[in-house]
Design a protein. Structure first.
Length: 254
């Protein structure tokens, strides 16, 4: 049976290159931005229907939800799957607890404003996007909540950072594989490929979100703060600092 683990991260934090590296493994694969959490949500949401309330067979719904999540990867010929999604959001975390799946979280962090600036750049440079994507129900705001929730929890987790990936990718992969108890392997830096999972690649039909450099791994020198209006920096500075301080604190003890 497939063993699932969970990647909770911020967009533009190095998810794609991390997946490209991990997926060189013969034992474990990291998914694209996954629909598995939505599968779980939709099945468990059956309990909100009138039909369910007429005959509230909760055990059957839970069994269906668990089977549905695991069946999501039935066609994948790997024993270990790291699912990338907003698993740290409390409602999603509660779902995983309720259906009885084991829980180990990999938290991928990059400073909040770097992720925002990088996203705005990909979106074409229009600074108005910064406010949009930082809202609590949007791509960065939502995942920042999930990341902070796990950091403040007693769940099993490790923290890795974008800087770690750029500076010592082999050490990052070793750390993850040790955590999930999967055999380590030596990365082939001459064979870095665009992200692929089960033969599928991203279709970036709107913006180039998922293109990685295949000739080298290094941190770029772009001034991402210049893509964020000063009033947005002021508004979200406390959240940026809080998340950063929390990550630094947790890294000392992990």
């Amino acid at each position: 049976m497939t063993q699932l683990y969970y990647l909770q991260s911020l967009p533009r934090a190095g998810n794609t290159i991390l997946g490209s590296l991990i997926n060189q493994s013969n034992n474990v694969q990291l998914t694209a931005n996954s629909n598995a959490v939505e599968v779980l949500h939709r099945i468990l949401s059956i309990r909100e229907t009138k039909t369910y309330h007429h005959f509230p067979d909760n055990t059957s719904i839970i069994n269906s939800a668990k089977a549905g999540v695991l069946a999501h990867y039935d066609h994948i010929d790997y024993s270990h799957i790291i699912d990338r999604g907003p698993w740290g959001i409390q409602s999603n975390l509660d779902y995983v607890k309720e259906i009885g799946l084991s829980r180990k979280f990999i938290l991928l962090y990059r400073p909040l404003f770097e992720c925002v600036g990088s996203s705005v750049k990909v979106l074409g440079g229009d600074h108005s996007w910064a406010q949009e994507i930082l809202q609590d129900d949007k791509m960065i705001g939502y995942n920042a909540i999930g990341l902070e929730n796990i950091l403040n929890s007693d769940e099993q987790f490790i923290v890795i950072t974008y800087d770690d990936i750029c500076e010592n990718p082999q050490s990052v992969i070793d750390k993850i594989l040790d955590f999930i108890e999967v055999p380590k392997f030596k990365l082939d830096f001459n064979n870095i490929k665009q992200f692929e999972f089960n033969g599928l690649k991203y279709d970036d039909f709107d913006h180039p979100w998922h293109t990685v450099r295949t000739n080298k791994i290094e941190k770029d020198t772009i001034d991402y703060m210049s893509y964020i209006p000063l009033d947005i920096i002021k508004k979200y500075q406390e959240q940026h600092n809080r998340l950063h301080d929390l990550v630094m604190e947790k890294q000392k003890w992990i």
